[in-house]
Design a protein around this ligand. Structure first.
Ligand code: CAA
Ligand code: NAD
Length: 302
């Protein structure tokens, strides 16, 4: 974790003003890491209540980060929280939120039509210099970018949950992404304290192409009765060194999110057995047992 941009980095950086659209689980984390590393952030939500909700969740997370960064110095911890918060402006007004923006990171719901509608509008109102990125988990960046006239300034910036903790950033290039845009994305990833990997615009990029079928295989193992969920989780934590087992991880990611990923891929690639949706996940989603965020998934949470 970095405390702020060094003066020389800040002066040379192409990306200083960042607009994050969508202040849910991911967008609030992205806004937070950008602000805590010295960027000016505008966070856009659909209404004032959701802006407030995002700001509250950012405050809580900043306090956790500050405790770690400034263990024995409560004054420095408070300063870190206050200064980071002060760099984030909430907004519900897209034209105003992008007028000085160097980079827009989209983190709204995983729905192609909604992303198209948003980017079409953004392309009309954002200045020509503004670069666009999507944080999509599973959709094609090229398909999302297709509605804009600035495909050279378009790419994927895929973060991981929880954003303030996970160190990876996947930088996705499409054929039209210019070298300048790609370099600016890589430099920004480093400036916000992440390690970047370069991905092609293939389903799931690197992590989700491996992680989503792995979680689905674990659920299939449980469905066959080959092992209990607890034993599957214990086995992968202690036998393969994962911080969470695959069943608890699927509760953590959210069953609505993973089901929409798998269903989208299954529709596009019906012959791939790894992309067949799990029956027990479908049932959980019908029952609104979406995982940690609703208090119950395969496990119960208080
Ligand atoms: N904000 C700030 N800090 C946080 C935080 C948050 N939201 N969540 C956790 N932390 C911090 C804690 O304060 C704690 O700090 P200390 O080490 O100083 O105590 C540290 O992270 C560890 O947290 P916990 O002690 O609460 O719990 P843990 O050790 O079990 O770690 C975890 C929690 C980091 C989530 C860990 O279990 C983990 O890495 N799990 C796997 C997560 C994962 O695989 N994520 C990717 C999902 S896939 C995805 O995101 C892509 C997609 O498109 C779907
Ligand atoms: P979420 O449901 O928590 O948040 C989405 C937010 O976007 C909501 O608060 C909603 O009000 C807001 N929103 C919707 N339309 C909007 C608009 N037009 N303008 C402004 N705000 C709008 O979802 P999330 O989990 O944060 O996921 C967001 C994106 O990130 C998705 O594309 C998802 O696939 C991707 N992603 C999710 C994860 C994950 O683990 N959940 C990880 C990486 C990437």
């Amino acid at each position: 974790l970095k405390r702020g941009l060094s003066t020389s980095t800040a002066m040379n950086a192409v990306i200083k003003n960042v607009t994050v659209i969508g202040g849910g689980l991911m967008g609030s984390g992205i806004a937070q890491v950008a602000a805590q590393t010295g960027h000016n952030v505008t966070l856009v939500e659909v209404n004032a209540d959701l802006v407030k909700k995002a700001e509250e969740s950012i405050s809580k997370s900043l306090v956790r980060v500050a405790k770690k960064l400034h263990k024995d110095n409560s004054e420095a911890a408070t300063k870190f929280v206050n200064e980071s918060q002060a760099r984030i402006k909430g907004s519900t007004d897209i034209p105003n939120a992008v007028k000085d923006s160097d980079l827009v990171v989209e983190a709204i719901v995983e729905n192609l039509e909604m992303k198209h509608k948003l980017f079409k509008n953004l392309d009309e109102v954002a200045p020509p210099k503004t670069m666009f990125a999507s944080n999509t988990s599973s959709l094609s960046i090229g398909e999302i970018a297709s509605v804009t006239k600035r495909k050279d300034k378009f790419g994927g910036l895929h973060f991981f949950n929880p954003v303030p903790v996970m160190k990876l950033l996947e930088v996705v290039r499409i054929a039209e992404t210019s070298d300048e845009t790609y370099q600016a994305f890589m430099a920004w990833g480093k400036a916000i304290g992440k390690t970047c990997v370069t991905c092609k615009d293939t389903p799931g990029f690197i992590v989700n192409r491996l992680l989503v079928p792995y979680m689905a295989e674990a659920v299939r193992m449980m469905e066959r009765g080959d092992a209990s969920p607890r034993d599957i989780d214990t086995a992968m934590k202690l036998g393969a060194g994962y911080p969470m087992g695959p069943i608890e991880l699927s509760d953590y990611v959210g069953h609505d999110t993973s089901l929409s990923i798998v269903e989208g891929w299954h529709k596009k690639f019906p012959d791939n057995p790894l992309f067949v949706p799990n029956e027990s996940v479908k049932k959980l989603v019908e029952q609104k047992k979406l995982g940690v965020k609703t208090g119950e998934g395969f496990y119960k949470y208080n």
